[in-house]
Design a binder for this molecule. Structure first.
Ligand SMILES: [Zn+2]
Length: 525
């Protein structure tokens, strides 16, 4: 149904005001490109470029057709973050133009622009007065404030835009001397991560609340921060350390510890930051021992993971074995990153100690906590860890029964590696794996090494294709019969095979097209 702009504006008055407030924060009037962009959006509205507007009552989607130079269609929901536009411009201005257009139904657009441009004069002129961690932190805290204020419902492209404005303002703050630059960068990245963390986790930790595209945006942003952090750590560790940097290092230790222990969500990523600092920059024994002691003051599972981490790092296997890991299905998720870390460091012994403690809980954890869409990758990852730790194979096999269908592709690889073709065929049969997948998995090897075991499986596929009853499927059945013939010949089952083809002939005599395919195959031995 079509609805007038006025009605839509009335219905979504609050949402429109809020979204335009976000635009106000995200765009900076002192930036030439931002100014141009908003002026362009205003021009679209003033020139009556919106030709047509519809509202869908069932999906609550608004669609607007713009016509200037070329036609673009924007579809947007003011109840979710959904936005789609056919313009493919790097920065689509249609969303902002539509918001302006709706806003204009009740308010003055000129006033909005004046308000926004006032910001120009209010913007803080950020400077750093002295070279101390306190001065750096105070300025950076102000600089990243817009990230901290970002509401989780805000569109990820706006979030990324805000961040790029912050980055532009950050660059003149970097110290001039190259010895100091990476150190300042570490401070800057940690401030960004901490300020953006609630936004980042709300998009990446609670899968159902964010659209896939928005998630991709946020994930990329996070990966970029983590990579830059690693680059700066590497470049700092390769330089001779200046004596004056000591207080900065101490401050970083506190910041990293706080970030890893006091923040919530995405523990894997927080742990990655922690590990990078302690394995690239703070590598001396004394600092690490001191850090281990400090972790005692935190009575949290995460602090306990970090203490375990140092045991692994120092190869303290006795301590590791004597630790009461208190593992259960409900906290296995926290221990997994440690197992992965031990695997990454090729520390088979530590990995084996951890995995033995985890073993009884893997099945219940899988059944209670792993969502269906992650089960296959979990089964593969878990089996990979057990293999690296050289855990008894019967235990690994036992877990395949727990994984069920999610573990089939790992289990088939497992059986083929051990040349257990009969069991492989039974597994494929049991889970009704498609012929294409079976062919890509181990069919060829099975036909070579254990042709007799392949016969019943191939028979099932041939009958399946016959029952599809078309020329194409008969042809495929014919090809499978040829494969069966090869198998029968290889294992000397000539009589069986000739009886079998007679039986098939009798049973499907009336399917003339199939008979033709079978004759072409010259099946008798
Ligand atoms: Zn557009």
């Amino acid at each position: 149904m079509s609805m007038t702009a006025e009605k839509i504006a009335y219905r979504y008055e609050n949402q429109i005001i809020e979204r335009l407030e976000e635009v106000k924060d995200a765009y900076d009037p002192s930036e030439e490109s931002d100014l141009e962009l908003l002026q362009k959006a205003i021009r679209l509205v003033r020139l009556d470029s919106i030709q047509h507007l519809t509202f869908d009552e069932t999906t609550n989607m608004i669609s607007a057709w713009f016509d200037n130079a070329h036609v673009s269609q924007l579809t947007i929901s003011l109840e979710t973050t959904y936005t789609k536009c056919t313009c493919f411009d790097d920065e689509c201005i249609h969303e902002i133009a539509l918001l302006f257009y709706l806003h204009m139904q009740f308010y003055s657009l000129t006033e909005w622009m004046t308000d926004w441009r006032k910001k120009e004069n209010e913007l803080l002129q950020l400077t750093i007065n002295s070279r101390t961690p306190e001065a750096w932190n105070a300025t950076l805290k102000k600089l990243v404030e817009p990230l901290r204020k970002t509401d989780p419902s805000e569109n990820p492209s706006l979030f990324v835009h805000k961040y790029s404005l912050i980055s532009q303002k950050a660059s003149p703050l970097y110290p001039f001397e190259w010895e100091w630059r990476p150190l300042f960068d570490l401070f800057y990245r940690l401030h960004c991560l901490r300020a953006a963390w609630p936004y980042v986790t709300s998009h990446l930790d609670q899968s159902e609340q964010s659209f896939a595209y928005g998630k991709w945006y946020v994930k990329n942003w996070l990966m970029e921060q983590l990579n830059r952090l690693e680059d700066s750590l590497e470049s700092l560790s390769s330089k001779r350390r200046l004596f004056e940097t000591d207080p900065f290092y101490d401050d970083l230790k506190t910041q990293v510890r706080d970030f890893t222990l006091e923040f919530e969500g995405l523990f894997n990523e927080r742990f990655r930051v922690y590990r990078n600092f302690w394995q690239i920059l703070f590598t001396d024994q004394l600092s690490q021992e001191k850090e281990w002691q400090l972790l005692n003051d935190y009575n949290t599972p995460e602090a306990y993971y970090l203490q375990t981490y140092f045991y692994i790092l120092h190869g303290q296997y006795d301590e590791l074995e004597q630790m009461d890991l208190q593992i259960g299905p409900e906290n296995l998720k926290g221990w997994l990153p440690l197992a992965e870390m031990a695997d990454y460091e090729d520390d088979t012994r530590a990995l084996s100690i951890l995995l033995h403690a985890m073993l009884p809980h893997i099945g219940p954890y899988f059944e209670q906590f792993i969502p269906r869409n992650e089960q296959t990758s979990f089964a593969r990852k878990m089996d990979g860890l057990l293999e690296s730790a050289e855990i008894d194979e019967t235990i690994r096999e036992g877990l395949f029964t727990v994984y069920g269908p999610a573990g089939v592709d790992v289990f088939t690889d497992f059986l083929i590696e051990r040349e257990r073709y009969r069991e492989w065929a039974a597994l494929i049969h049991r889970y009704r794996v498609s012929y294409e997948v079976a062919e890509a998995s181990g069919l060829k090897l099975g036909m070579k090494d254990d042709p007799a075991s392949m016969l019943p499986l191939l028979h099932t596929y041939a009958i399946q294709f016959i029952e599809e009853k078309n020329r194409q499927s008969y042809r495929r059945a014919g090809r499978i019969f040829k494969k069966m013939k090869t198998c029968a010949k290889k294992c000397g089952k000539t009589d069986f095979w000739n009886d079998y083809t007679t039986l098939i002939h009798e049973k499907y005599r009336r399917l003339r097209a199939l008979m033709e395919e079978m004759e072409k195959g010259n099946l008798r031995l």
